[in-house]
Each structure stands twice: as C-alpha cells, then as structure tokens.
Design a protein around this ligand. Structure first.
Ligand code: G3P
Length: 217
C-alpha cells in the first residue's frame, strides 16, 4: 500500500519524505487554510519536494469553471493531481482532464455507486472518506472492502485512495482491505511505529546492557 501524507505542512512532509515514507501528498481547502500558506505557492513547494502525485483541489461548483481551475492547477507542476468533488460536475471535469492525460483524484466519495461513477469517468484515484462515515456510526472500512471487490470484478484501473484516516487501525485495516493508497495525517504515520512492548523491551535491554559495564563507542 502506498502512503500519501494528508497535509500542507511542509516541514512534516519533508521529515517523512526524507525517511522514504511519502509516495504522494493530498491537500484540500481545509488543510490549506490550516497551513496559512498561499495555495499555489505551497502546492508548488510540495510538488518540487516529493516525487509522487500531489493532490490540489478545485473549489468551483460548475463544470466549466472547475475545468478551468483544474487546468490551471495542473500547470503548477507535472506531478500535480487535480482533486475534484464527487458531483456530476466533478465527474465531467474528471473525464475531460483524464482524457487529456492529467491525473485526477475524485474526492468526497461515500458510496460504492459513487466509486463506480468515478471509475467510469476515468479517475486516477477515488478517495472514500473512512473517518467521516465512522463519525455517523457507519462502517467506513466496509466501503473500502466493497469498492475493492467491485473494482476487481471489472478490472477498473482507478486506484482506491483511503482518506479521512484518523487512527493507526485505519491504516492496518485499509492495507488488509487492499486499498491501493492510504492518505493519513503525519501524526498517524508516526504513531504506526509505537508499541508498548517495543518500549518495555528496549528498557529491559538497556538495563541489562548497563549491568555489563560495556560500551559500544
Ligand atoms: O483526506 C481527506 C481528509 O483530509 C479528511 O479528513 O479527518 O477531516 O475527515 P477528516
């Protein structure tokens, strides 16, 4: 499973990218707002830093303006992936952009039928939002499993990009469900390294090592 980082925080992306943990980056208007940075400037900076796709989201609601925005965003860098909402206008924009060779991430997907439409429109990625379904007492991960099954049934090329990931368990479950990509906040990716038995084991090793009186350096 590929790891995308769901943030517009340059320092956090750099730290994970230096460790080889970043296969791509996703942003959205809320994350741009949180960063306090100029949208195009920060998108260019991220796209220069990482090799993989960098999702940048349109904000228009009608297809014509959305397409114009998408084309504009695609010019920022060759690895910009235009993010469009899963609306009829978004699907139209997706079809036109992907036909022209631009990568498109269709976001705000909450059902298998929506994911089917995204695939038919040629989306490079579809982004089902796990956490927001869980928020409603629905099973976000079940949606990932169902989309996986449907895409495999018909050999669709669209990649499943699990989004709205909030916990390390979401990462594990997304990988088990066969999600192609998971996009997670930097903190969730860092937390994947944590285990209380690792900490306890390390403490025990260090205590015994101290008793030997030896030094490595
Ligand atoms: O990838 C989409 C993500 O940014 C939304 O996450 O936690 O706001 O539902 P969240």
């Amino acid at each position: 499973m590929k790891f995308f980082v769901d943030t517009a925080d340059i320092d956090a992306i750099r730290e994970l990218n230096d460790l080889g943990m970043v296969d791509g980056v996703t942003t959205n208007p809320s994350l741009i707002h949180k960063s306090g940075r100029d949208f195009k400037e920060v998108t260019r900076e991220i796209a220069d830093m990482v090799d993989g796709p960098v999702s940048a989201e349109v904000v228009a609601l009608d297809a014509d303006t959305m397409l114009a925005e998408g084309r504009h965003l695609a010019e920022i860098a060759p690895n910009v992936c235009v993010k469009v909402p899963l609306t009829w206008a978004g699907l139209k924009t997706c079809k036109t952009l992907t036909d022209a060779g631009t990568q498109v991430n269709v976001t705000l997907c909450f059902s298998v039928n929506q994911a089917l439409l995204a695939a038919k429109a040629g989306a490079t990625y579809v982004s089902p939002f796990i956490g927001r379904l869980d928020d409603l007492n629905l099973d976000g991960m079940e949606l990932i499993r169902e989309i996986r099954e449907v895409y495999d049934n018909f050999a669709f090329d669209t990649r499943i990009l699990s989004a709205s990931i909030r916990t390390v368990n979401h990462m594990k479950e997304a990988a088990l469900a066969g999600s192609d990509v998971a996009t997670a906040p930097p903190g969730v990716i860092r937390k994947m390294a944590d285990h209380p038995l690792t900490d306890a084991g390390l403490q025990a090793f260090l205590k015994d090592w101290e008793s030997t009186g030896q030094k490595i350096l």
